[in-house]
Design a protein around this ligand. Structure first.
Ligand code: UDP
Ligand code: MG
Length: 320
């Protein structure tokens, strides 16, 4: 059968939730195999992103007793996006499709069957889209949705309310692995791949154990990274700001000259002071934004590896 599936699950310090997730996903695989939707040798690939707790030991033990569980141990913590890419790249040769999902299963695994049906009907990329965020706190919902809106405003094409829960066919996985950027923002890259795409909708659940690995600081960094990796709109805004400030200063100058001829002179100290500080601030900000792009170029040209694999455990009987 040409439908071997890998469910790819990045894990960073997820010991509290691991057995819950692996149990649920194993049952799901068994069910899908029984329904003949996927091949018998499909598997779940847990990617340990340099966890500091017992996540890897748990994956290892589970692999010994559960033939559906595979493990990939990265040499250090490289972040969610790189861990996902590692899972996709390393399982590419084994499978016909992959589905990526977070370890806490906040995304509804019951729509996986629908994703596979879409794949079978010829769709290459199926996005999981959250259409109900009631279970998120007001703060999480607000920040996440502002994030999607701001991204759109900045000209980044991404699927609204879609995180990293998606199915990809083998050829889409292969194409994704050809994108060599180090500033990885998968939600922005995947829509660039092309092919036929579709969405499935679900309500996002609560994290039942462990805590979110995306505190506000990380979310802001993620948003900023996403924008500067996909759009140079901030630089266009800087240019426009420059033009506006020049026009305003010309008007102010004319006003001053006119006042001089009409016998009115302006007491200049405080206005001079304010405008110098204001412009100084604007300039620093703009240099900072441009610096972000220069810095990114610096990171990219070094072409350092995005992850290093320490160990991979599979099921030898199935991969002969
Ligand atoms: N994660 C990872 N590496 C990291 C941080 C997070 O692999 O450095 C994984 C984490 O284990 C989880 C997923 O990324 O499977 C999403 O994290 P989380 O559920 O904490 O984010 P949230 O749902 O709160 O946005
Ligand atoms: Mg989560």
């Amino acid at each position: 059968m040409k439908n071997r599936l890998a469910i790819i699950v990045p894990c960073y310090n997820e010991e509290e939730i691991f057995s819950f997730s692996s149990g649920k996903l194993t049952n799901l695989l068994k069910d899908l195999i029984k329904k003949r939707k996927i091949a018998k040798n499909s598997f779940i690939l847990f990617v340990d992103d340099g966890s500091k707790d017992n996540t890897w030991q748990l994956i290892h033990e589970e692999n010994k007793k559960n033939k559906f569980v595979y493990g990939l141990k990265l040499a250090g913590n490289v972040g969610h996006q790189n861990a996902l890419l590692a899972g996709i790249t390393e399982s590419l040769d084994l499978v016909d499709m992959s589905i990526s999902i977070d370890a806490d299963l906040q995304d509804d695994i019951n729509v996986i069957e629908e994703m596979i049906d879409k794949y079978t009907s010829g769709i290459d990329i199926v996005y999981g889209v959250r259409n109900d965020r009631k279970s998120d706190s007001f703060f999480k919902r607000f920040t996440a949705q502002s994030f999607y809106k701001f991204m759109k405003l900045m000209g980044v094409k991404s699927v609204y309310n879609h995180a990293d829960f998606r199915l990809m066919s083998k050829r889409a996985m292969k194409d994704l692995s050809e994108y060599k950027e180090r500033n990885l923002f998968l939600r922005g890259i995947v829509p660039l791949i092309g092919y036929k795409t579709d969405c499935v909708y679900y309500a996002r659940g609560k994290r039942i154990a462990g805590e979110s690995k995306y505190p506000l600081k990380k979310m802001i960094k993620f948003a900023f990274d996403g924008i500067t990796s996909f759009s140079i709109k901030p630089m266009t805004i800087i240019c426009m700001l420059g033009i506006v400030i020049i026009v305003v200063s010309i008007i102010a100058m004319l006003y001053g000259v006119l006042g001089y001829f009409m016998g009115r002179s302006f007491d200049g100290w405080s206005s001079l002071f304010c405008s110098i500080w204001f412009l100084g601030g604007v300039q620093l900000l703009c240099i900072g934004i441009i610096g972000q792009y220069v810095g990114k170029t610096y990171i990219e040209v070094k072409e350092r590896p995005r992850y290093n694999v320490e160990k991979i455990i599979k099921n030898k009987d199935k991969d002969k």
